[in-house]
Design a protein around this ligand. Structure first.
Ligand code: PEP
Length: 252
């Protein structure tokens, strides 16, 4: 049976003071035991989060990492080995903001996935279509292509060592959520595609949904058979809201 996973992506938000307040709120939550819980703070605050979350079930993730595990002359980058050293267990790879604003290609995303796995991190591979691509009926093709490059290198078993996050670009940070049925359609398409390659492993892959998940829409989304939790942006900056989303995943 797959476990649910709820991850919070703090993006480029926070100061030491606001992070302390948010962590205080997170430490007051009643966390569900059956859900994998993750937060992805800005890299600067990972250490602060690690100390404050000592003994908590909440794991840490990087928001991005370099395409290589080895140290090197890559000014401004954070390596997956450094994230691991700092206490992270996960890292986001291929978030749509990295793809669209920082020019990350499928090939770079695949290298990041590889480097993360090599360092013992679980990569959370983000895939998803734009509004134009959805309107043109290209969702399956776009998502399929984003997955394909990783599948060619690692197979379904490799993908299962990470997590897939289906995040329709038009739903990220917009307040527009895919309906549970729309999201389920894509999740089931993804799992079906994986099952054609390896049925047994496909059933193990955690596929979470991201795109304006809130406490009041989480339950309906997570009730869908192929939605194994959520990747939460804006709502993860509020501890009570994030806690409520995690508990919704626990009830699913
Ligand atoms: C995200 O950043 O991955 C995300 C899903 O953001 P939001 O929940 O704010 O749409």
């Amino acid at each position: 049976m797959r476990r649910s996973l709820v991850a919070g992506n703090w993006k480029m938000h926070g100061t030491r003071q606001s992070v302390e307040t948010l962590l205080g709120g997170l430490n007051q939550q009643d966390w569900p035991e059956e859900v994998d819980l993750v937060i992805a703070p800005p890299a600067l605050y990972i250490q602060q989060c690690r100390e404050a979350l000592e003994g908590s079930p909440v794991s840490l993730a990087g928001q991005s990492s370099a395409t290589q595990a080895e140290p090197g002359a890559l000014t401004g980058e954070v390596s997956p080995a450094q994230l691991r050293d700092a206490g992270c267990e996960y890292v986001l790879v291929g978030h749509s903001e990295r793809r669209s604003l920082f020019g990350e290609t499928d090939e770079m995303v695949c290298k990041k996935f590889a480097a993360a796995l090599a360092c013992g991190l679980r990569p959370i591979l983000c895939v998803g279509e734009t509004r134009e691509q959805r309107d043109a009926g290209e969702t399956a093709e776009v998502v399929g292509r984003q997955l394909q490059v990783v599948l060619e290198s690692f197979g379904v078993g490799g993908l299962a060592q990470g997590v897939v996050a289906y995040e329709p670009v038009w739903a990220i940070g917009t307040g527009l959520t895919a309906s549970p049925e729309e999201a389920q359609d894509v999740h089931s398409m993804i799992r079906g595609r994986l099952a054609m390659l390896d049925d047994e492993q496909a059933r193990c892959v955690q596929i979470v949904y991201g795109g304006s998940v809130k406490a009041d829409n989480a339950e309906a989304l997570f009730a869908m058979p192929d939605i194994d939790g959520g990747l939460v942006g804006g709502a993860s900056l509020n501890a009570d809201e994030f806690g409520a989303i995690a508990r919704a995943a626990g009830r699913a």
